[in-house]
Design a protein around this ligand. Structure first.
Ligand SMILES: [Zn+2]
Length: 273
């Protein structure tokens, strides 16, 4: 599943080809995505793409009068085609632009979406989302205020989109390891200094991943449309039974909220501060 860094990498990859271009034609071959593509999306034709933004894992194409909101779902990808290429089975949408470029959306499992709206405030999927992890609004003070009386494990809480968007399962394990916080700790037991470490770690891990995705933009413009993803070296995720890179203790695997979680019991003590 594309994670926030991959979506941000996609945004940066397509932006220079889309910004300022007029949409000559939109071709919808398969409207049955997670939510059906509205027929009125044809009104995109003739409109200029003013900007390509991102909120959580949604890409927001800001047009002259409307917005197109794209989610890649489980298996979606976007490609920039500079030459006409044969249409394959799962190529559901093309945006044909005035510069000759085609933005092609491919999604074998069709859990993604293309929403059409005249106001971004009307998009229910974007309501009630927590702050962006790389924004100033996502801070230790913010988390401390939200954490009051919360008894859930910190690992599950930090993956909740209402608290903060974009902290996927792998990033949660990696960030908690870097912050030396046990993933089973109850949210309300965490102190401000621990939230400072956690926020710093989350921002670091996501920023690194975006930077490394950027190095594969060249491939992204070619065949498979998948930018580099988790190219960074994982410290704990997937390393059960292997030695901790800091203390050599065995990395432990455990399900927390049905999700695989990896940590070092020695570096991430249950009673630590
Ligand atoms: Zn360790």
């Amino acid at each position: 599943m594309p994670e926030l860094p991959e979506v941000e990498t996609s945004r940066r990859g397509i932006l220079p080809y889309l910004k300022g271009q007029t949409i000559k034609k939109i071709i919808v071959r398969q409207p049955k995505l997670r939510w059906p593509i509205d027929k009125t999306i044809e009104q995109a034709q003739g409109q200029v793409i003013l900007d390509v933004k991102r909120r959580a894992k949604y890409l927001l194409l800001q047009l002259t009068n409307n917005w197109i909101v794209i989610h890649l779902g489980m298996s979606g990808s976007l490609r920039i085609l500079v030459n006409q290429q044969e249409v394959a089975k799962h190529d559901h949408v093309d945006l044909v632009l005035s510069n000759g470029v085609i933005l092609r959306y491919t999604d074998p499992r069709r859990f993604g979406c293309w929403l059409w709206t005249d106001s971004i405030d009307n998009v229910s999927q974007l309501k009630h989302l927590g702050p962006e992890p790389l924004s100033e609004a996502f801070s230790a003070e913010y988390l401390l205020a939200k954490a009051k009386n919360r008894q859930v494990p910190i690992k599950s809480w930090i993956m909740d989109n209402h608290i903060v968007v974009g902290v996927g399962n792998i990033y949660a394990s990696e960030s908690l390891f870097m912050a030396k916080i046990n993933p089973n700790r109850k949210v309300s037991s965490l102190k401000l200094n621990e939230f400072v470490r956690l926020v710093t770690a989350i921002k670091y891990v996501l920023t690194k991943s975006i930077e490394q995705g950027g190095t594969t933009l060249k491939d992204f413009l070619q065949s498979d449309g998948k930018p580099g993803y988790f190219a960074q070296k994982l410290q704990v995720y997937g390393r059960a039974g292997e030695p901790c890179l800091i203390c050599q203790n065995e990395i432990k695997a455990q399900k927390i909220g049905q999700r695989n979680t990896f940590y070092c019991e020695s570096c991430q003590k249950l009673d630590s501060e």
